[in-house]
Design a protein around this ligand. Structure first.
Ligand SMILES: [Zn+2]
Length: 322
């Protein structure tokens, strides 16, 4: 019995190894920038006029889940929609993506890298409608810059569909990617291990912003501002967006999964947090900060990456929010 178990384990390890073969470990590539204070649009000409700014919420997949499994203190009888979404900010003629949701290669990526034990917990609903495919149908060019809130599988899956983009992550997230051996809560080499990805390192030279002690003002007009939001992963970031009408949004990646966490004030359900939050204490501190931020700024809409109900209420791509 024991021997049979060991053989099965060996076969599983071999299968994982075979699945990983087409990809190189990120440590073996030299495609990373060296952490210079680049800005995604440093070279953009200033026209003197404020550029129009709009936001698209691009749902790539969604499924109903019991709220208690998502939100600490959530209802056992209520269902919430867990979405896998990307976001695109249009600033004048520039397109900047913040996360990509699930891409066209998700079945292969998931099949190769999601451990069997984690599949009942971490799954996705088909059909998947990748961001790149939705943009193609809408006759939109693809974003030239991609910023990842963090490098988990359901955020970076679509990188393969946008091969020409520069991809921005924070320094600590880059360290996480470099050290990753894959697995449910780690970056996947099938997504981030491609040697031709044009990585860039986010830095935060622009001082305090909305209670965060460092920031990056992406376009130099305060309309799109990145802030560090460590906890869920060490290099997680959030993105403030003010669209042309003056409506303000904060995209928080997985610092929160659902806006119900702001109502209950305790973050993700503890079972979920235990599995997915890299540093639970730091994540809890970030949740408290976001609860205060929401309370003090009633005009600010905080959008968690997976809150499909809130995102649908705001309006999904091909609609642009401006
Ligand atoms: Zn995550």
């Amino acid at each position: 019995m024991k021997r049979r178990y060991l053989v099965a384990l060996g076969l599983a390890a071999a299968a994982v190894a075979v699945g990983m073969m087409p990809y190189s470990r990120v440590t073996s590539t030299s495609s990373f920038a060296s952490g210079t204070a680049l800005r995604p649009f440093a070279g953009a000409p200033a026209s003197g006029q404020p550029a129009p700014v709009s936001l698209a919420i691009v749902r790539t997949s969604a499924k109903p889940v019991n709220e208690a499994l998502v939100v600490a203190g959530g209802s056992l009888s209520r269902q919430v929609t867990v979405s896998m979404s990307g976001f695109v900010i249009r600033h004048g003629e520039h397109l900047l993506a913040f996360d990509l949701g699930l891409g066209s290669q998700i079945d292969r990526q998931y099949g190769a890298e999601m451990p069997m034990w984690a599949r009942p917990t971490f799954s996705y609903a088909r059909p998947v409608d990748p961001l790149a495919a939705q943009f193609a149908r809408a006759g939109q060019p693809l974003p030239e810059e991609v910023l990842l809130s963090h490098s988990h599988w359901d955020h970076g899956s679509g990188l393969e569909d946008i091969p020409k983009a520069r991809v921005w992550v924070s320094g600590p997230e880059l360290d996480l990617i470099r050290a990753s051996h894959g697995g449910a809560g780690q970056p996947w080499m099938s997504q981030v291990g491609r040697p031709d990805i044009r990585w860039e390192t986010l830095t935060f030279p622009d001082g305090p912003w909305m209670g965060f002690d460092r920031s990056l003002d992406v376009f130099g007009d305060k309309s799109v501002v990145v802030v560090p939001m460590p906890g869920h992963t060490p290099g997680s970031v959030g993105l403030f967006v003010t669209v042309s009408s003056g409506r303000r949004f904060l995209l928080v990646g997985d610092a929160l999964w659902n806006a119900g966490e702001l109502r209950e004030g305790q973050g993700k359900s503890s079972a979920a947090s235990m599995i997915v939050d890299g540093d639970r204490a730091q994540t809890a501190a970030m949740v408290r900060q976001l609860v205060r931020l929401a309370r003090d700024n009633p005009g600010l809409t905080i959008i968690p990456a997976h809150d499909g109900d809130l995102q649908a209420r705001l309006g999904l791509f091909p609609r642009w929010i401006d």
